[in-house]
Design a protein around this ligand. Structure first.
Ligand SMILES: Cc1ncc(COP(=O)(O)O)c(C=O)c1O
Length: 401
C-alpha cells in the first residue's frame, strides 16, 4: 500500500498555559505599551529582555517588532547608511537583503557552499577587494552555521563588523559558543515558525553599550530608556540620545508575556526538534541521488526544518519529486524555481540588489529541498515522512537513469 502522510506542516504547538495566563493578565489590566507601567511595576517586555540576555549570556538585549526590524536596527546602530554596501549570504530569505535595502544600503552577496553556509573562501576574496564593505550581515540560514572561528578570523583581520541573523539558530552553538555571541550584534525572530512564537516579534543582543543604546533609542524608547532592565547605563544614552532618530518598532507586553515561558522551555524544545531532525536524517541517509547535509562536530545545531540536496538533477526530476511528495502529503519547498513562491526566494529575484551570477549558489539552489518539522509531528511521523521522500526520490531517480 502506498503510504500517505496526513499531518499539517504549518501547525505549531499551543502557547504554554503560563503564557496564556500572563497574556490574559496584560489584557485585563490594559497596559499593553511597554513603557506604560503602574507604580513599581516592571513591564513584561523589560522582563523578557532581561531573561533573554541571561539566556544568551549577553550584556544587553532589546525586544522589537520583528526579526527584520531587529536586523535593520542593528545595521543602523553600527552606522550603515544610504549607499553603503553590506555583505550577506546569497542563499537566505527575503527579509535579510530587505533589511539592508531598508536603510538605503546595497546587498553584496557571498556564495554559499553545499553545506548551505557562507563560502568563506569567497568571503575572504570579497573583504580583500578595494572599497570592500565594512559590514557583514551573516545569515545562519535554515540553522546551518559556518565555521565561526574561521569567519571571525577573516572579518577581524579585515576590520569587517559582523551582525548575525539568528532567525533560525536561537539556542544553537558553534564550538560551544551560542549562535549570536560571535558578532557585534545578533538579531532573532519570534515570528510563528521560529524557535519561540509570538506571531511576530524580534530580539536583538549585544555586549557593546553604545550600539545597544543606539538600538534602544532607534526602536522608539523616547527618553524612557531607564525602564529597560537589559540596557546600558544612563550615561551611555547621553552620548547618543540627541543624534539618534526614533524609528518606532517596539515590542508590546502581550507578545512579551507569551514569549517568556517559551524562552524558559527553549532547551527542552530544541532537544525535541533535534530528535525529529535525526529521525528524518537517518531515514534519508544513503538514498541514491540524494545528498544529506553532513553537520560538523563543532556545530551544536537546533533544527526546526530539514534540507537535503538533489545535486545536479534535471529541473524536471526535482519538480517531479516535489509533485509526487505533495500528492502523498509531504510538502517540500524548492528554492530552484525561476519564480519566487511562498517563503522561497533566491538572490536573483531581489532585482533591486543587481547581483552578478553566483555559480556555486546557483548549483545549490537548483538542488535544495526544504521541509518544516514542527513539534506537533511525532517521531513516527518523521520516520514516515522520510520513508515517503526516500521512496519518491528512488522512483524518480531510477526513471531518470
Ligand atoms: C533567515 C531569516 N532571517 C530573518 C527573518 C526575519 O524575521 P521576521 O519575519 O521576524 O522579520 C526571517 C523570517 O522568516 C528569516 O527566515
Amino acid at each position: 500500500m502506498t503510504e500517505r502522510f496526513t499531518g499539517n506542516f504549518t501547525q505549531q504547538e499551543p502557547i504554554p498555559d503560563e503564557g496564556i495566563a500572563a497574556a490574559l493578565d496584560v489584557l485585563r489590566h490594559g497596559r499593553l505599551h511597554r513603557y506604560n507601567v503602574a507604580k513599581g511595576e516592571v513591564s513584561q517586555t523589560a522582563l523578557l529582555e532581561q531573561e533573554f540576555a541571561a539566556l544568551m549570556g549577553s550584556k544587553y538585549a532589546l525586544a522589537v517588532a520583528s526579526g527584520g526590524y531587529a536586523m535593520a536596527t542593528a545595521l543602523r546602530a553600527v552606522g550603515v547608511g544610504p549607499g553603503d554596501r553590506v555583505l550577506t549570504n546569497a542563499f537566505t530569505l527575503a527579509p535579510v537583503p530587505g533589511a539592508i535595502s531598508s536603510v538605503g544600503a546595497v546587498p553584496v552577496f557571498v556564495e554559499v557552499t553545499e553545506a548551505l553556509t557562507l563560502d568563506l573562501d569567497d568571503l575572504a576574496v570579497k573583504v580583500a577587494e578595494p572599497d570592500a564593505p565594512r559590514v557583514l550581515l551573516l545569515s545562519h540560514m535554515r540553522g546551518h552555521i559556518c565555521d565561526m572561528d574561521r569567519l571571525m578570523a577573516i572579518t577581524d583581520a579585515a576590520g569587517v563588523k559582523v551582525i548575525e541573523d539568528c532567525a533560525h539558530t536561537m539556542g544553537a552553538r558553534w564550538n560551544g559558543t551560542l549562535s549570536g555571541r560571535h558578532g557585534a550584534m545578533a538579531a532573532y525572530s519570534t515570528q510563528t515558525y521560529k524557535h519561540a512564537n509570538s506571531g511576530e516579534g524580534g530580539l536583538l543582543i549585544s555586549d557593546d553599550p553604545d550600539l545597544m543604546a543606539r538600538a534602544i533609542v532607534l526602536s522608539g524608547s523616547y527618553m524612557l530608556y531607564e525602564r529597560h532592565l537589559a540596557g546600558p547605563p544612563s550615561e551611555v544614552f547621553e552620548r547618543v540620545k540627541y543624534v539618534t532618530p526614533n524609528i518606532s518598532g517596539r515590542m508590546d507586553n502581550l507578545r512579551a508575556a507569551i514569549l517568556r515561558p517559551q524562552l524558559a522551555g527553549l532547551a527542552e524544545r530544541c532537544a525535541a526538534w533535534n530528535a525529529r531532525y535525526r529521525v528524518v536524517e537517518d531515514g534519508l541517509r544513503d538514498t541514491p541521488g540524494l545528498t544529506v547535509i553532513e553537520r560538523p562536530a563543532e556545530e551544536g545545531y537546533v533544527m526546526s526544518s530539514f534540507q537535503f540536496l538533489l545535486l545536479d538533477w534535471a529541473e524536471g526530476g526535482v519538480q517531479e519529486v516535489v509533485r509526487r511528495c505533495a500528492s502523498r502529503g509531504v510538502e517540500l519547498k524548492w528554492f530552484g524555481g525561476a519564480e519566487p513562491t511562498g517563503f522561497t526566494s533566491r538572490y536573483d529575484s531581489w532585482r533591486y540588489a543587481d547581483a552578478p551570477r553566483m555559480p556555486k549558489t546557483d548549483r545549490v539552489l537548483r538542488g535544495i529541498l526544504d521541509l518544516r518539522v514542527p513539534l506537533t509531528f511525532s517521531l513516527d511521523d518523521c520516520a514516515q515522512i522520510a520513508r515517503i521522500i526516500r521512496d519518491v526520490v528512488g522512483l524518480v531517480y531510477q526513471q531518470a537513469e
